[in-house]
Each structure stands twice: as structure tokens, then as C-alpha cells.
Ligand binder design. Structure first.
Ligand SMILES: *[C@@H]1O[C@H](CO)[C@@H](O)[C@H](O)[C@H]1NC(C)=O
Ligand SMILES: *[C@@H]1O[C@H](CO)[C@@H](O)[C@H](O)[C@H]1NC(C)=O
Ligand SMILES: *[C@@H]1O[C@H](CO)[C@@H](O)[C@H](O)[C@H]1NC(C)=O
Ligand SMILES: *[C@@H]1O[C@H](CO)[C@@H](O)[C@H](O)[C@H]1NC(C)=O
Ligand SMILES: *[C@@H]1O[C@H](CO)[C@@H](O)[C@H](O)[C@H]1NC(C)=O
Ligand SMILES: *[C@@H]1O[C@H](CO)[C@@H](O)[C@H](O)[C@H]1NC(C)=O
Length: 412
């Protein structure tokens, strides 16, 4: 039984001045017990589960911060699935398959300081997603999280009841029995850019149309759950912005705009699109904070010139912050989301994975993945030179991002 606080408060005066007959006293007593029980239950709920920085109108409010905690080695409950058994695993993330021998990176559990994360239950999530669309929108880190999500759900779905299919920028994993889709939409800058091709997006001169998003957004706007990210592709001093179209580039107006201003412009475009087009009664919105990179070992006491290559343990120092995330850009996201909430009545849940991810310097594929380019003799002699210290091995860190997302989606 859960009674909302407003109801509970409304009952107190009634109980206080209603004492005339013994019948009324009895009613008053019962009401008082009810109020006390309701408040007690509420407080217990608040201690068990957490809504982080959320002040949303959900049934529970924040007391424990899910994002503040520590990693605990737990080889009893982790990994949540086996790399080999994930039907749609990506070769970019399959570190064991590509020769990684130390596998402890698969077995760390995130332990918030003042509460527990609910255990991921694939069946419960699939039930929640019945007849629904969940869409990840963003860059390759968001794709990393999407692959993790398909692996987490995979084992609960018999092989004849799932499918995977790609069409242009969109990848669709479907659980047919549930009529549920878990999708990934490639748009690394959220707004339009010349990096929007899902395959050939490594262009020397990046150009972004900061005011245009419709070309992408019309594909995802009607989803039931939207999980956004965008960060890495903006990490440069400035960007070339185009006012005009890619079809007639010579008619356009170009200007170089510095960071973080250009990032803010793009997020404003995104926010305005949501404000106008999203169905507030249907769609739940999430924004994943930035996933830090681990390119500079001296930040965690390693040798200068080294990176994540060869790391086998997380950073244990509480509050550690390397230089693989930009607090400045995080503040931009926060202020855009804050304005959406306070001025436009639109809630986007911020999933703050940055700090917890920063500890995991050992979770990257480094050399243990499929590389698209051929690796030269020279590179082979110096493995750190071609190590991937951006993405994450699976099973691994993104599974925990999804456990956090799961807690919000199921409103635990
Ligand atoms: C994210 O979480 C960490 C750990 O709790 C906290 O230190 C940091 O301030 C949070 N960042 C934002 C932008 O909320
Ligand atoms: C789990 O880890 C502990 C401590 O490192 C080790 O002693 C034990 O053998 C491990 N168990 C399994 C099943 O890997
Ligand atoms: C997972 O969720 C399903 C559906 O809600 C439930 O029937 C099942 O008992 C749960 N499993 C566990 C281990 O909690
Ligand atoms: C299947 O799910 C889609 C949303 O993804 C929904 O539009 C459609 O109505 C669902 N079909 C059935 C038969 O419920
Ligand atoms: C691919 O997407 C396009 C445009 O969204 C659509 O018209 C087409 O039917 C889709 N093709 C398949 C095979 O789903
Ligand atoms: C959303 O729900 C509110 C209250 O139930 C209703 O007044 C409004 O028309 C709904 N809006 C849409 C777009 O369905």
C-alpha cells in the first residue's frame, strides 16, 4: 500500500478535530495509524531506492544518489551474460574473442553508497517494453550501450523470437513475442552533420548544421523511450558550422564556432525539437552523461606516454577524475536540461555515468578488438599506439549503465 504524501497530509486535520463520539475517536485512531504507516512506508522506500538528482513527479524522491558509490569485485553475480552467448555481439567489443586473457573487467558490480541497484531482470524489462519502442540515439558509445542492452535481453528470448535488422542509420533489435524493439539510431552530433553516414563518417573536415535535426528526429520522435548521448565528436577547439544545405554547399554560409558554444547551440536545437514535438504523455526521455576516455596514464599514476593498454584494475581512489571528460561540457548539458524542466515543463532524466565510468581504466578493448584498418609492423611493436581507450569491452561497464537505466525505466 502506498499513499501519496498529499493524501496523508490532508487526513491529519480531519483526524485532529473529529473526536466527538467514541465512533469518531475510533475513526480518528485508524486514520492516524494509516498516516503513520504511510509515512513509514514512504521513508523506507526512499532509503531502498534512489532517484539520483531527479526531482521528477515519480512516486519516490531522492535520498540516495545512485551515481555515487564504488566498484566491488563480484565474480558470483557477474558477468550478467557470456560474451560468446550474445547473439548480436559486435567484434569491436568482443575482447575475449580477440585475445584478452585477464577477464576480471567483466566482474565488477557498481555499489551505490546508500542503497543497492536493483538486479537486472530481462523478463521484467521485456514486459515493460511490450508493444513499445526503446531507441538509443547518438554516437558509438551509445551504440556500445545498445549492444550491451541487446546482450542483456538476448538470453531471455528464444532464438526464433528475435531478429536484428539494419536500415540506413537505424538498427532494430526486435523481441517478436513482445512486439518490442530496442533500436539504435546513428547521429553522433544529434544535429545534422557530414558524419551522419552510419558507415563512412570519418571525414577530415567536420561540418555541422547546428540548427537542423528534423532529418534524424522524425525517425525517433514517436518512440516510447529515448536515450540520447553526444559528446566525443565535439571534443575539439572549434567546429565549422554551416547555415545552408549540404546539397548546395556553395550557397551556404560557413563559420567556425568555438567549444562549448557550438555544443550549446546544437543542444538548444535538440531541446527545442523535443519541446515542440515530443508527446509528454507517452515518451520518457534520458540523457547519458559523457563516458570518459583513458588516454593518459599519468592521470592515475601510470607512466607518461602510456594509456589504457595493459591496465587490469580500476582506479580505487574515490572521486578520481582523469582528463577524459569535460566538466565544462557537462555543465552545458545540465543547464539545457534544467531549462527544459523549469521553463518548458519537459523532464529529461540525466544518467550521470561519468564519475563511475572514470574509475574503469581497465575496461576498454585496447588492442583486443577487430580493427578496421590494417595494423602496421610499427604499430604492432608499440601496442598502445593502436589501443582503443574509448569504447568498452562487453560484458563490462555499459552493462552497468543499463542497470541504472533499468532502475529508472522500471521505476524501482
Ligand atoms: C555526477 O556524479 C558524481 C558522483 O556522484 C558527482 O560528483 C558529480 O557532481 C555529478 N555530476 C553532475 C553533473 O551531476
Ligand atoms: C572469485 O574470486 C575469488 C577472489 O579473487 C577467487 O578466490 C575465486 O576462485 C573466484 N571464483 C570464481 C568462480 O572465479
Ligand atoms: C523477473 O521478472 C519476472 C516478470 O516480472 C518475474 O516473474 C520473475 O520472478 C523475475 N525474476 C527474478 C529472478 O526476480
Ligand atoms: C507493436 O508495437 C508498435 C510500437 O512499436 C505499435 O505501434 C503496434 O501497435 C504494436 N502492435 C500490436 C499488435 O500491438
Ligand atoms: C528503410 O527506411 C526507409 C526510410 O525510412 C523506408 O522507406 C523503407 O521502407 C525501409 N526499408 C526497410 C527494408 O525496412
Ligand atoms: C496528455 O494528458 C493530459 C492529461 O491527461 C491531456 O489533457 C492531454 O490532452 C494529453 N496530451 C496528449 C498529446 O495526448
Amino acid at each position: 500500500m502506498v499513499i501519496k504524501k498529499q493524501q496523508a497530509v490532508a487526513m491529519v486535520p480531519a483526524a485532529a478535530w473529529g473526536i466527538r463520539s467514541s465512533f469518531q475517536s475510533l475513526v480518528a485512531l485508524l486514520l492516524t495509524i494509516l498516516v503513520v504507516a504511510a509515512i513509514y512506508l514512504r521513508q523506507n522506500n526512499e532509503q531502498l531506492f534512489d532517484y539520483g538528482t531527479s526531482t521528477s513527479s515519480g512516486p519516490l524522491t531522492s535520498r540516495c544518489n545512485l551515481f555515487s558509490g564504488k566498484w566491488v569485485f563480484d565474480n558470483k553475480s557477474y558477468p550478467l551474460y557470456k560474451e560468446k552467448e550474445c547473439t548480436y555481439m559486435s567484434d569491436q567489443l568482443a575482447c575475449e574473442k580477440f585475445g584478452r586473457k585477464d577477464l576480471n573487467y567483466q566482474q565488477w558490480r557498481w555499489q551505490p553508497h546508500h542503497c543497492d541497484l536493483p538486479r537486472f531482470n530481462a523478463t521484467a524489462l521485456l514486459e515493460k517494453l511490450r508493444n513499445k519502442r526503446l531507441v538509443f540515439v547518438g554516437d558509438s558509445l551509445n551504440r556500445n550501450q545498445w549492444v550491451s542492452m541487446t546482450c542483456l535481453l538476448d538470453s531471455a528470448i528464444p532464438s526464433d523470437f528475435k531478429s536484428m535488422h539494419q536500415n540506413g542509420s537505424i538498427n532494430i533489435f526486435k523481441a517478436t513475442e513482445y512486439n518490442a524493439t530496442i533500436e539504435f539510431y546513428w547521429s553522433p552530433l544529434l544535429v545534422e552533420s557530414n558524419s551522419d553516414d552510419p558507415v563512412n563518417h570519418r571525414v577530415p573536415d567536420r561540418i555541422v548544421r547546428v540548427q537542423e535535426i528534423e532529418k534524424h528526429a522524425r525517425h525517433w520522435i514517436h518512440a516510447d523511450y529515448l536515450i540520447f548521448n553526444t559528446y566525443l565528436w565535439w571534443r575539439r577547439r572549434q567546429m565549422t558550422v554551416l547555415w545552408g544545405s549540404f546539397e548546395n554547399p556553395e550557397d551556404g554560409f560557413y563559420k567556425a564556432v568555438k567549444l562549448p558554444r557550438v555544443y550549446e547551440m546544437a543542444l538548444q536545437t535538440w531541446a527545442q525539437w523535443l519541446e515542440v514535438h515530443v508527446n509528454r504523455n507517452k515518451t520518457q526521455l534520458f540523457f547519458m552523461s559523457m563516458s570518459p576516455t583513458h588516454q593518459k596514464a599519468e592521470k592515475w599514476g601510470g607512466m607518461e606516454g602510456e594509456n589504457c593498454y595493459g591496465e587490469t584494475e580500476p582506479v580505487y581512489e574515490e572521486g578520481f577524475m582523469g582528463d577524459g571528460a569535460s566538466p565544462r561540457m557537462m555543465r552545458v548539458v545540465e543547464s539545457v536540461l534544467d531549462e527544459l524542466k523549469t521553463k518548458r515543463d519537459l523532464n529529461v532524466q540525466f544518467i550521470n555515468i561519468t564519475q563511475l565510468t572514470d574509475y574503469r581504466k581497465e575496461g576498454h578493448p585496447s588492442i583486443y578488438r577487430k580493427h578496421w584498418e590494417t595494423i602496421t609492423e610499427e604499430q604492432l611493436a608499440n601496442p598502445k599506439s593502436y589501443s582503443d581507450c574509448i569504447h568498452w569491452c562487453l560484458p563490462g561497464v555499459p552493462d552497468v549503465w543499463n542497470e541504472l537505466l533499468y532502475a529508472y525505466i522500471l521505476q524501482l
